[in-house]
Design a protein around this ligand. Structure first.
Ligand code: ADP
Ligand code: MG
Length: 673
């Protein structure tokens, strides 16, 4: 079997399974071998209750301490509960719907549990663990990310067969492997799937990550070389424009905003293309900076594009633009447009009749032709797509580019991703902002919070209620949002309320958002669709239900939706999961996005061997830029050594070739959260 053979050559994989495997981007034997376990089930080490951290999954040897009791919660939900102990502590076990299990359990009996320990309502709880009545024979097993139609056992069998039947050849020289202390690829691939312990797995994975990051670093280098050579419209007399622009604003700019504007001016007056990332915490006032750049281009007769991640945000930028520019010169390209008006707008863009073009990322790709494009701005980018710009400019015209982001990027990552990009930081908030007060809300404080918000509403302020994040299921998410909306309707009878979720039509979402912005809705219940950029200064309360399901950075972004006016704002993180409190407390302690990002990284830990797999066209299949940041730095150094050292010339050529191939074939997309 060859690496590039189709998966159907693997024992047990028929046409149907092959189709299922395609859903997880596995179509060749190679794809399968590089489809790494998400984690491992370690049934080799028995842990003590007292030594397991909350939130950790562990294997325990325990004695049944209390007689199992069955509780019927509602139709279709029955819970069997009992306590277990191992002399270091007592844990409460909940089993869902398998009531027959009760008959196999007696007080005093020894059983083995594999499950996650959590701290809820001041008790140690293990929900839905796997129960073993004797020690398992196969104690260390890979766990793969699955999709409907796949099972762990099937995957394990396929991978075993593939490893057995494929001849895996090492592509580095022995000298190279020795120099950088790497295991042979054959061993690495075997060990990453079927290790004896976690250390072996981690060394094996590191080899695979090494390969990917080496190519990735080289790609970034090549891109940098390419970009440095670009030229773009050179402007003159921009200073005159600045005063004119400032006079149109209703506020004084902060020192940080002015500094960044000047940094941009100096880019735009050079004959090289501007390539700048503007980073600033939520609410720091990046929009006005973007519009200033558009203004400069406008005065010089060039068109500019501002791309927003959502239609709602595009619409909002459009409204702001109307206050700053000649209305006839602005267009907003959204999905709400009819085919006819879309065509008209495209014609105006092609004629050069309009100069300020605002829209969503998606809508601006494709058939739009520009008369005289000078600048592309991407707002609120969490994903940095390198080829996106090329798609927009047809790879030909050289334009200035500006990226606006509230996502803090650690310094060493900046070096690789933006080695040839200039970075401006907006490190000051507009005056008069009061830091948002953030509280953790446990069940017993829930009603207090509800009444507190009622007072805010009586004071004519608005509130956001964000519903639990349910990954991979928009349907479930919508359902749970609807439930919460109905619950809230009872608490806030008499106030104007609306619900937004991902299953609704864009038009409908847009209308609700507009009314909320206009102050016609008091309470907006929504899924995370409001996460980015929305600006409603009169909203002072933000509630996040099941806050433990969100990442810290995401919660910080959500919180940034309030505290945008002069009134005191509040953020309530509702969670009954006390295991998550340590993490969530970072948010109650600071409002500084960079600090939150740092702490988030530290808490996720580098010992964590699982990298989140990035789906789709991403170049990085195994490596994760944040979790594997040490290795990113290391491979950067390795690349330098390879370049200098003739002994590695062959490897260097191979890496360069691979990097060129990737650059040509794929859209490079780097997700940072
Ligand atoms: P972000 O950096 O998150 O994109 P925005 O650009 O949306 O922030 O700005 C947030 C709010 O602050 C907007 O209402 C904007 O008009 C206002 N704003 C921006 N700069 C200033 C300033 N210098 N003084 C007062 N308000 C400002
Ligand atoms: Mg913004």
């Amino acid at each position: 079997m060859e690496l590039l053979s189709p998966v159907t050559q693997i024992g047990g994989v028929g046409e149907k399974t092959a189709k299922t495997l395609q859903k997880i981007d596995v179509s060749t034997v190679k794809d399968l071998l590089y489809y790494l376990p998400r984690t491992y089930k370690d049934l080799s080490t028995i842990k003590k209750i007292s030594e397991v951290k909350f939130g950790e999954t562990a294997f325990l040897e325990v004695k049944i301490f209390t007689q199992p009791q069955v509780k019927r919660i509602r139709r279709g939900l029955e819970i069997t509960s009992f306590q277990v102990t191992d002399a270091t502590g007592i844990a409460n076990v909940d089993i869902f719907n398998q009531i027959y299990i009760k008959n196999n359990l007696t007080v005093g009996q020894t059983i083995y549990l594999y499950g996650k320990l959590e701290f809820k309502f001041s008790k140690i709880v293990i929900s839905a663990p796997e129960i073993y009545f004797k020690k398992p024979d196969n104690p260390f097993l890979p766990i793969y990310p699955l999709t409907a139609g796949l099972k762990q056992n099937m995957m394990r069998k396929f991978v075993k067969d593939a490893l057995y039947k494929t001849e895996l050849k090492e592509y580095y020289s022995t000298g190279f492997l020795q120099e950088f202390k790497l295991p042979d690829i054959k061993k690495a691939l075997h060990d990453v799937h079927f290790p004896n312990d976690i250390e072996t797995a981690s060394v094996a994975r590191a080899r695979i990550v090494f390969d990917e990051l080496l190519v990735f670093n080289r790609m970034m280098e090549l891109l940098g070389e390419e970009k440095r050579q670009k030229s773009a419209a050179q402007l003159t007399d921009v200073q005159d424009n600045r005063d004119d622009f400032l006079s149109r604003l209703s506020f004084e700019l902060t020192g940080a905003q002015l500094r960044v504007m000047k940094e941009m001016e100096s880019d735009l007056t050079k004959d090289m293309a501007m390539n700048r990332l503007v980073q600033g915490d939520v609410g720091s006032g990046k929009t006005v900076i973007a519009f200033y750049a558009m203004h400069c281009m406008y005065e010089a007769g060039f068109q500019s594009v501002l791309m927003a991640p959502t239609e709602i945000l595009a619409q909002q930028h459009y409204e702001t633009a109307k206050e700053l520019f000649d209305q006839q010169q602005i267009v907003c390209v959204t999905g709400a447009l009819s085919a006819k008006s879309r065509k008209e707008i495209n014609a105006k863009i092609a004629d050069g009749e309009v100069k300020i073009i605002i829209g969503t990322h998606a809508l601006l790709y494709g058939n739009v032709k520009f008369a005289k494009l000078g600048l592309i701005i991407t707002d609120e980018q969490h994903r940095f797509g390198v080829k996106q710009r090329a798609a927009l400019t047809g790879d030909k015209s050289d334009v200035h580019t500006l990226i606006m982001s509230a996502t803090p990027i650690p310094r060493s990552l900046q070096l690789v991703l933006f080695g040839n990009t200039d970075i401006s930081i907006v490190d000051e908030l507009p005056p008069g902002r009061k830091p948002v007060k953030t509280y953790l809300i446990h069940q017993n404080k829930y009603q207090d919070m509800i009444s507190f918000i009622k007072n805010e509403l009586h004071a004519k302020h608005q509130a956001y209620i964000v519903c639990p994040l349910i990954e991979d299921s928009e349907n479930m998410e919508a359902k749970s949002a609807t439930q919460i909306f109905n619950e809230m309707k009872q608490y806030y009878a008499g106030f104007r309320m609306a619900l937004i979720h991902g299953k609704m039509k864009n038009m409908e979402k847009q209308e609700i958002m507009d009314s909320f912005c206009a102050g016609e809705i008091d309470v907006l219940v929504s899924t995370t669709v409001i996460e980015v950029g929305i600006n409603v200064p009169n909203a002072t309360s933000m509630v996040v239900i099941n806050a433990e399901r969100f990442g810290l950075a995401q919660l910080h972004q959500l919180r940034g939706r309030v505290g945008r006016g002069s009134a005191q704002s509040y953020c309530f993180l509702v969670s009954d999961n006390e295991s998550a409190y340590e993490r969530l407390r970072v948010l109650t302690n600071t409002n500084d996005g960079f600090e939150i990002a740092e702490q988030d990284m530290q808490m996720r830990g580098t010992g964590d061997i699982l990298g989140t797999r990035q789906h789709g066209t991403s170049t990085l299949k195994v490596a994760n830029l944040i979790a594997d940041i040490r290795q990113l730095e290391q491979t950067r150094d390795v690349l330098k050594i390879m370049k200098k050292n003739r002994q590695f010339a062959q490897e260097y050529r191979a890496i360069t070739q691979a990097a060129r191939r990737e650059l040509k074939n794929k859209m490079i997309e780097i997700a940072l959260n």
